[in-house]
Design a protein around this ligand. Structure first.
Ligand code: PAF
Length: 317
């Protein structure tokens, strides 16, 4: 922490008690707080959440914490990008008074009982949102949402924001947290903000830094196939399997091209159409009154990318 240069006007805390003291001072001044949870490696998507938070609230706070509990033992916890200094500079570049505080806690403070990546060895308190955590991302990453719900509930408890801001790119995470806030009676209003994309259509993600130039080009297949399914839907195709086949066709073409020309693989993990009410898989026609989420995960080389579109769904009010 001592090596970090804090930009003027942004308070950087690494002790929860110090952050809480600052938070209390806002309450006394009757100022509202908007919160953006992050794992760092900030990009324009995070900055858009900060901007949205500042529009609604007097102050904005972020947390930067690479949460071990949402990584499986086989996943990229140790190589996940950690770029605190440049994260702070990006926040400062939004202008004075946009970001008030950043909490960068230590793992041992967040997980006083310790944190093992192997769930069977874990101790302490964990939060699970049943019914929304095992499908889609949960199939490949069965304990991921348990880790997310746990850390977000801890942070909502620590930060006590009036408003919290999440990106649509992690749509299942948004659904999980929305229900957790409801079920645990957490007095925070959640906002889901649109996915920020490069001009090419590629959804911004901290993991995009792992893509080589040719992988980045082929990664466009995610947004292209989602757009293709959306345009079929808009022109009247309602049958979920017809929509999916159209998306899969584009991904399969990209897979073959990669196989012929590259020394890495492109592999579809899943693509699915789910109800925007409960994330149950839709078979047959998409009912217009419920809306739907079309989501997918694709391995581009070793990097697993996700993306989604929501059709006829009101995500934020
Ligand atoms: O979306 C993320 O970056 C993380 O899942 C979150 C919400 C910060 C929890 O660690």
């Amino acid at each position: 922490m001592s090596a970090i240069k804090c930009p003027p006007g942004i308070k950087v805390f690494n002790k929860i008690a110090d952050f809480r003291q600052w938070r209390r001072s806002l309450l006394l001044e009757q100022k509202t707080l908007g919160y953006v949870p992050t794992m760092g490696a900030l990009h324009q998507g995070h900055l858009a959440l900060v901007t949205a938070a500042k529009k609604r609230c007097d102050h904005v706070a972020l947390t930067v914490f690479v949460n071990p509990a949402q990584f499986a033992p086989t996943e990229d916890l140790s190589t996940y990008p950690r770029t605190l200094q440049s994260d702070l500079e990006k926040l400062a570049s939004l202008g004075p008074g946009v970001t008030s505080a950043v909490l960068v806690p230590q793992v041992h403070e967040m997980y006083p009982a310790g944190i093992e990546l192997d769930v069977s060895k874990q101790k302490g308190t964990f939060v699970e949102v049943l019914g929304l955590s095992q499908q889609l991302e949960g199939t490949t990453r069965p304990n991921f949402f348990r880790g997310v719900a746990t850390v977000v509930s801890k942070f909502l408890n620590i930060v006590q924001p009036e408003h919290a801001f999440f990106g649509q790119k992690d749509i299942q995470q948004c659904f999980v947290i929305r229900d957790m806030i409801r079920d645990l009676h957490i007095p925070t209003k959640m906002h889901i903000c649109p996915t920020v994309r490069e001009e090419s259509g590629l959804a911004l993600s901290s993991r995009n830094v792992f893509l080589s130039p040719s992988q980045k080009k082929y990664a466009l297949v995610l947004s292209q196939s989602l757009k293709h399914m959306e345009s079929l839907y808009r022109s009247g195709t309602r049958d979920a399997s017809t929509l999916l086949q159209a998306g899969i066709h584009l991904i399969e073409n990209a897979r073959k091209q990669v196989q012929e020309t590259e020394d890495w693989e492109l592999k579809l993990d899943y693509v699915s159409i789910n109800s925007a009410k409960d994330l149950n898989e839709i078979k047959g026609d998409v009912p217009k009154e419920d809306g739907c989420v079309i989501s997918m995960a694709v391995y581009v080389g070793k990097t697993r990318l996700i993306d989604n579109i929501c059709l006829d769904v009101e995500l934020d009010d």
